[in-house]
Design a binder for this molecule. Structure first.
Ligand code: ADP
Ligand code: MG
Length: 674
């Protein structure tokens, strides 16, 4: 008996809908993508009850003829690709020809459309219920297309039950629209929720120049998130050569055998050092304007931030990767959410390098702003608590000081909670009022040029700075550029400083850790042996077999970092020297702690011998400056050393070293302004 039969069209559509249309936000996504593909300059999205009862998307795009209006509802009907080869280089949002029939099969659906370029003032309206065409008629309509989707999943009660609350579904819709609006600043977006206008974003001029593009994106970010002044701009171009990808041999091998010289550009904004969030929510990544998820890119971001990010925190960014469509596969996910790169490894390395160089450049630009000529003699700090404010303290050198984005805000009352190192409440979600111009210090414009450093080992990837963008598109407030005056130290840890802009706090331990860390790495880079101080009384440390084995693996790096440990038996080690900044009163405990910390860190990196960075970070944690009273000269040196760091704003673990509270924020706290 034959048991196999072809499914009716309607059932096939509902099955496709199961993949493509997960929730109301998927409908909004597909419809808005169609509008964007239709060349719309204005898109209005209206929803009711979280999109459950109504989703209406109206555009002023090319529209459709009567025939097309009927054809577009057929499965696999598309105007975007013709041949299978076209799949290899997709430059539209859609291409599967599945969205409209899928949506129409699970809702009450009305399509109204009129061709933009036709003479006729008449449009076409198609009314469909659960996939069945009820009516096709002539209808009055403005040029463009409106799709109305009511009662989503009305004929699939099981799916309807899975929908979350109205708020949740609206939030998903709003999230997608945010991405679309960021990806297309040249398009005007209006978003209406239950009759209320949520956004009305005007179309922005983007042009082709990097400056105009950055400026438009910045403007969009500002209107969507309120503030963008903690962002720095990124603009890098790279030539990727797919053949250099060491990933060859993987399933993508076939793909990679073709040599592709793919130019890649990465531009947009990233959070300044110290800016992060506890989720990936404000991490917006686009590949050829398509918002995407890609593990490699996520990883590249974390790699790029490296020590500028606390564990468990995520970067804040809005980044656009522009790459030859042939070098990226978008046809790997039904909702086109994920992409795969032809040379995944190269893309990842290039992105990580672009981020790292941008972050380094953020600090180095102030160095480059220093006057040319002999370095100014640093003037000593002065700390005379009894002196009158006006006379107190000399500027800390004539040169520039450790930079910090001016609007970085500490948690509510940092002075009251000195012991907690709470993450900074950063991200797009925060809406601090803009700093009035009179309080802003003029500084060098932010340009994304990386500072010149020895090229990183980035196999086959060359990064060059892209066209410089000007400061108006540049993102974060220029670096702290003003003299600092020492006020004192509180909690034996926080150095209180005063600038012309307000209050600056320095975590002396975090700062010291950063300084030591970079010094150690530089020594390692130059193959130098770190300073080490012999212990008066060498101590033996006995360990469990496993710990002993683990420690043995790390011995070479530890000893280069100045920790003098040697094997003294099967499970016994002799500790006879320590880096000078580690004053372990109980050397044995120090060794055990280091092992525990390294083991914990090792679980993350999953390798037996830990990288030098990891070991250096761990050793620095034991720097003892935390509660040590420092003399003025020591403080002065600490700040001077910090200024010479590549990444002065965070400790090697990503915690901030400096926090600034400007007068504007102080005024607000004291109720002097609204
Ligand atoms: P795809 O976008 O993958 O081609 P869809 O089912 O989303 O598939 O749309 C089918 C076709 O209908 C599109 O290729 C396009 O030609 C047409 N279309 C859909 N929406 C619009 C719109 N808003 N304006 C103009 N044409 C549209
Ligand atoms: Mg589509």
């Amino acid at each position: 008996m034959n048991r196999i039969r072809l499914l009716p069209e309607q059932v096939a559509n509902q099955i496709a809908a199961g993949e493509v249309i997960e929730r109301p936000a998927s409908v909004v996504k597909e419809l808005v993508e169609n509008s964007l593909d239709a060349g719309a300059t204005r898109i209005v999205v209206e929803i009711q009850a979280g999109g459950r009862s109504l989703i209406r998307v109206t555009d002023d795009g090319v529209g459709m003829s009567r025939d097309d209006a009927l054809l577009c509802l057929e499965r696999h009907a598309t105007s975007k690709i013709v041949r299978a080869e076209d799949l290899a280089a997709i430059d539209t949002m859609g291409f599967r020809g599945e969205a409209l029939p899928s949506i129409a099969s699970v809702s009450r659906f009305i399509l109204t459309t009129r061709e933009r370029d036709s003479e006729s003032p008449e449009g076409t309206q198609v009314v469909i219920g659960g996939g069945k065409i009820h009516e096709v008629k002539v209808a009055a309509s403005a040029p463009g297309t409106t799709v109305e989707v009511r009662q989503l999943f009305f004929n699939l009660p099981a799916r309807r039950k899975f929908l979350r609350t109205e708020e949740t579904e609206s939030a998903h819709i709003q999230h997608y629209l945010t991405l679309a609006a960021l990806g297309f600043p040249q398009v005007a977006f209006t978003f209406l929720k239950d009759g209320r206008t949520v956004w009305q974003l005007p179309a922005l001029k983007t042009g082709t120049g990097a400056t105009a593009k950055h400026a438009a994106l910045r403007e969009r970010l500002r209107s969507l998130h309120g503030s963008d002044d903690k962002m720095i701009s990124v603009d890098f171009s790279v030539d990727l050569n797919a053949q250099t990808d060491p990933g060859a041999g993987s399933p993508e091998e076939e793909w990679q055998t073709q040599a592709v010289e793919a130019p890649m550009r990465l531009w947009g904004f990233i959070g300044a050092p110290g800016v992060s969030r506890s989720t990936r929510e404000d991490q917006h990544l686009f590949v050829n304007r398509r918002p995407v998820e890609n593990r490699g890119l996520n990883f590249a971001l974390l790699e790029g931030y490296h020590t500028s990010l606390m564990k468990g925190r995520y970067p804040v960014c809005c980044l656009f990767l522009e790459i030859d469509p042939a070098a990226v596969d978008v046809n790997i996910h039904p909702a086109k959410r994920e992409v795969r790169f032809r040379s995944e490894g190269d893309v990842r390395r290039a992105v990580a390098k672009a981020i790292r160089d941008t972050l380094l450049g953020f600090h180095s630009q102030e160095s480059s702003a220093r006057p040319v000529g002999p370095a100014p003699v640093p003037q000593p700090f002065q700390a005379h608590p009894n002196e009158k404010p006006a006379g107190r303290g000399l500027p800390l050198g004539q040169s520039v000081l450790p930079a910090f984005p001016a609007n970085l805000k500490p948690l509510a009352t940092p002075l009251a909670t000195p012991a907690t190192q709470a993450p900074l409440p950063m991200g797009f979600g925060v809406h601090p009022p803009p700093t009035p111009s009179h309080l802003q210090t003029a500084g060098p414009s932010i340009s994304p040029n990386p500072i010149s450093r020895p090229p990183a080992a980035a196999g086959g990837v060359q990064t060059q700075p892209g066209a410089a963008t000007n400061s108006s598109a540049g993102g974060a407030v220029p670096l702290l550029h003003v003299p600092l005056r020492l006020i004192g130290v509180i909690g034996r840890l926080y150095v209180v400083l005063e600038s012309d802009r307000g209050l600056v706090l320095l975590d002396q331990h975090a700062a010291h850790e950063r300084v030591l860390f970079e010094q150690m790495l530089k020594r390692l880079e130059h193959k130098e042996q770190a300073d080490s101080q012999k212990l008066l009384l060498p101590e033996t440390v006995e360990l469990s077999a496993r710990d002993a084995h683990f420690l043995r693996e790390q011995l070479p790096v530890l000893s280069r970092l100045g920790v003098g440990l040697s094997e003294f038996g099967e499970r016994t080690f002799l500790l006879d020297a320590l880096p000078p900044f580690v004053k372990a009163s109980e050397p044995r405990r120090f060794v055990v702690q280091i092992i525990d910390e390294l083991k914990a860190a090792g679980q993350e990196v999953n390798s037996l011998r830990l990288g030098e960075h990891m070991v250096a970070k761990t050793v620095c944690r034991h720097a003892v400056k935390a509660n040590d009273p420092l003399s003025d000269t020591e403080l002065e040196n600490l700040i001077k050393d910090l200024r010479h760091c590549d990444m002065p704003y965070t400790c090697p673990h990503g915690r901030p070293t400096l926090v600034e509270m400007n007068f504007r924020e102080l005024e607000k706290k004291f109720g002097r302004t609204q």
